[in-house]
Design a protein around this ligand. Structure first.
Ligand SMILES: *[C@@H]1O[C@H](CO)[C@@H](O)[C@H](O)[C@H]1NC(C)=O
Ligand SMILES: *[C@@H]1O[C@H](CO)[C@@H](O)[C@H](O)[C@H]1NC(C)=O
Ligand SMILES: *[C@@H]1O[C@H](CO)[C@@H](O)[C@H](O)[C@H]1NC(C)=O
Ligand SMILES: *[C@@H]1O[C@H](CO)[C@@H](O)[C@H](O)[C@H]1NC(C)=O
Ligand SMILES: *[C@@H]1O[C@H](CO)[C@@H](O)[C@H](O)[C@H]1NC(C)=O
Ligand SMILES: *[C@@H]1O[C@H](CO)[C@@H](O)[C@H](O)[C@H]1NC(C)=O
Length: 330
């Protein structure tokens, strides 16, 4: 009796342990497999069809930016994508690198709609004063930057017919317009898509990152080679091809990967590296062949601008090998 009682108890304990282990192995995956975080504004339930946001047949600008492109001798138009509230940043750009005197280069700003209506009247006043603003009717937000870049192509193709070249720049980018112009005038007028080439980049799976990429938005191992969005240049034929490709390509919210990577690949356009374009802050020292410098605060813009005369005297001290392959795919 004693023996069989003990045996039963042992069997009972084994059974309970077994059941507990089973429950654990069945339930634990459910506990840990939290659904992947979605990108705010681009959740699974939101359409990523570009044609739902871009009205291709009609002008949708709130502020047309007509004056930016009035002069038919304009060869290059540089459009700075700016956030509605960045008045001080735009002001610093106007006082510095946008105040170059090269007749065939024009600079303008593209913004969307502010979430805060009280900003709108300030933007209209700013536009009235400087006549360098384009505003289109989409909500301006970081996660809508892809829409902003597609709108930029639409505007360039339909409302800015003269220039051969378009440059897109961020509003924290310093552009040396003189060197840029010198570089661009030597380029062929077709098939140009150039800036800082980024190769074989992997999508970031950490959901805390600014560039977090869930599988539902981009399922592949690597991005196509693309150009950093801090500053890139394209010719009119390429603008047309990228725009057409974008209308058939679901939105991916990182605009540079989307337009100069995914859409370019679809359109059969190859993005190429160009020396002198930088997507990080290379500092305030003189870099003789610098064309763009990034993460520049308004005060730093002013310092870079005030140094430009001195900088143009500094001879390039190149280490050709190092220079040539920095930022390129080799
Ligand atoms: C989509 O889902 C998110 C949460 O997952 C929700 O906040 C949002 O309101 C939904 N949007 C639409 C258009 O249904
Ligand atoms: C474009 O504008 C025309 C004329 O204002 C209007 O009739 C048409 O419905 C608009 N199309 C779209 C897609 O909004
Ligand atoms: C552009 O020209 C104006 C008028 O000649 C002059 O005042 C200004 O300093 C020039 N700006 C630059 C950046 O050279
Ligand atoms: C809108 O912007 C104005 C000016 O910057 C600010 O005073 C106001 O608090 C903002 N309103 C909201 C609702 O954020
Ligand atoms: C982007 O803009 C569209 C059009 O205004 C708007 O419906 C959408 O909510 C915006 N999305 C984000 C992520 O801001
Ligand atoms: C330019 O260089 C001269 C001589 O080195 C120096 O005295 C001057 O302060 C520099 N100016 C600026 C704006 O950096």
């Amino acid at each position: 009796m004693v023996f069989s009682g003990k045996w039963r108890l042992l069997r009972f304990i084994i059974l309970i342990t077994f059941l507990a282990v089973c429950c654990f192995t069945v339930y634990i995956p459910h506990l840990t497999a939290v659904p992947p975080k979605q990108v705010p504004g681009w959740e699974l339930n939101v359409t990523r069809d570009v044609t739902k946001y871009i009205n291709t047949g009609n002008d949708t600008t709130v502020i047309s930016g007509r004056e930016i492109c009035e002069d038919p001798s304009t060869f290059i138009v540089i459009i700075v994508t700016s956030a509605p509230q960045n008045f001080a940043v735009r002001s610093a750009i106007r006082e510095t690198w946008a105040s170059h005197n090269i007749s065939y280069v024009k600079v303008g700003f593209l913004i969307g709609l502010p979430r805060n209506n009280t900003l709108q009247s300030a933007i209209e006043e700013e536009s009235f004063e400087f006549k360098d603003i384009i505003q289109d009717n989409f909500i301006d937000s970081y996660n809508n930057l892809t829409l902003k870049s597609v709108v930029l192509l639409k505007w360039f193709l339909h409302q800015c017919p003269s220039p051969i070249f378009l440059m897109k720049a961020d509003d924290d980018t310093y552009v040396d317009v003189q060197r840029l112009a010198k570089r661009i005038v030597k380029m062929p007028h077709r098939s140009i898509l150039t800036g800082v080439l980024i190769c074989k980049a992997k999508p970031i799976v950490d959901s805390r990152s600014k560039w977090y990429t869930p599988k539902y938005m981009y399922p592949h191992q690597h991005y196509p080679n693309y150009l950093s969005g801090t500053g890139y240049v394209l010719s009119r034929d390429v603008a047309y091809k990228l725009y057409e490709a974008a209308l058939k390509t679901p939105i991916f919210y990182l605009e540079d990967v989307y337009l100069t990577g995914i859409c370019a690949q679809k359109a059969g356009v190859r993005p190429r590296n160009s020396e002198g374009f930088n997507y990080y802050n290379v500092g305030l020292k003189c870099v003789p062949d610098l064309i763009t410098n990034h993460r520049i605060k308004p005060d730093e813009l002013r310092i870079l601008w005030s140094q430009r005369e001195n900088c143009s005297l500094v001879k390039p001290t190149r280490n050709p090998k190092k220079k040539k392959f920095a930022n390129s795919c080799h």
